[in-house]
Design a binder for this molecule. Sequence first.
Ligand code: AMP
Length: 120
Amino acid sequence: MNNLYDLDNIFAKILRSEIPCNKILENEFALAFSDINPQAPIHILVIPKNPYINFYDFTKNASNKEHESFWKLVNDVIEHYKIEKEGFRIITNSGNNGNQDVPHFHVHLLGGENLGRMIG
Ligand code: AMP
C-alpha cells in the first residue's frame, strides 16, 4: 500500500462497510455505487477495492487482474444503464489541480443527458 494512503477516507470506510453506499455492481476487485451528490441523471463512482490514492497510483501499482476487473466493472455499469450508444462521460480527478476530494482512486461515470462541453 502507498504509505501516503489515508485509511480514514470516506471510500475506505465504504469498503469496510463502516458507512453505507447505494451499491450498483461489484466484482472481485472493484465496486460501483451512486454518487451522493449526483451531477447528472446517471452519476456512478467506480473504485478499486484495494487502496490506491489516484489514477497515477492505480495505473502504476495495480496488478493486471485489478486493472482488468476495474475497467470491466466500468463497462458493466455502462451496460447496466444501457448507455453504450447514447454516450456518457468518464472523469477522474487527481490531486490539488484536479480538485480531488476523496483520496481513493475513483472514476465518475456520468450520463443520462447531454453533458455539454467538457469543462464549462
Ligand atoms: P472527487 O472530487 O473526484 O474526489 O469526487 C468525490 C465524489 O465523492 C463527489 O462527487 C462526492 O459527491 C462523492 N461522495 C462523497 N461522499 C460520498 C458518499 N458517502 N457516498 C457516495 N458518494 C460520495
